[in-house]
Design a protein around this ligand. Structure first.
Ligand code: AMP
Length: 215
């Protein structure tokens, strides 16, 4: 199953992707995670990406496309994958189509996770991530038992640089201008599925599986 996850920053795409990974053993390809790893590693690509990420802007397509293509060629992608946070604009969607046809692959679904705009702000400003295992929390909705400490591995929780308020506003604007139009792009291909991204994580996951026709 080859899936693109659509939805605004904070809609919970990453959380649902992780649940799909656990249950169906599909690799999650998150361009945000790949870029953060490059930043943490201090690579040239990471250095180039960081200034865009800190401002809430999209990293140039040339950087992202090379990264995704390399990842899609790996063996674990043969049976399927979940693209999370990619594509982010029409040029990337078109480039993905070309990449897929050259690899003899096609998408099964573009799944949109819909969350009202007002909820997104709280979700993003409240988000905390574990430095060690990547587990995510929210100080408003799903706090860790002990503030700043991961329940799972006792790692340190941190707030992503781009989850600060001014950057969040910019990320949402960029989403509306550049990424939201992808709904139309995939609607024309007849592969859009939608779920309401409000409610508990497990309730949303049930809907996700049902929309994707997964048991
Ligand atoms: P995310 O974790 O998906 O919210 O991504 C965090 C940041 O990484 C975004 O605000 C962008 O700066 C950058 N980024 C992630 N995916 C892409 C992409 N497909 N194209 C361009 N920039 C991206």
């Amino acid at each position: 199953m080859k899936i693109v996850l659509l939805g605004a920053p904070g809609a919970g795409k990453g959380t649902q992707a992780k649940k799909l990974v656990e249950k169906y053993s599909l690799p999650q390809i998150s361009t945000g995670d790949l870029l953060r790893a490059a930043v943490a590693a201090g690579s040239q690509l990471g250095k180039e990406a960081k200034s865009f990420m800190d401002k809430g802007e999209l990293v140039p397509d040339s950087v992202v496309l090379g990264m995704v293509e390399e990842r899609l060629k790996k063996d674990d992608c043969k049976k399927g994958y979940i693209l999370d946070g990619f594509p982010r604009n029409t040029a990337q969607a078109e480039a993905l189509d070309k990449m897929l046809s050259s690899l003899n692959m096609s998408l099964n679904a573009a799944l949109s996770v819909d969350v009202p705009f007002d909820d997104l702000m709280k979700r993003l400003t409240g988000r905390r991530t574990c430095k060690s295992c990547g587990q995510m929390y929210n100080v408003y909705f799903s706090p860790s038992k002990k503030e700043g400490v991961c329940d799972k591995c006792s790692g340190e929780l941190y707030q992503r640089d781009d989850d600060k308020e001014a950057t969040i506003k910019r990320r949402l604007d960029v989403y509306n201008a550049q990424t939201a139009p992808l709904m139309e792009y995939y609607k024309k291909k007849g592969i859009v599925k939608s779920v309401a991204g409000t409610g508990s994580i497990d309730e949303i996951f049930k809907q996700v599986c049902s929309e994707l026709g997964l048991k």
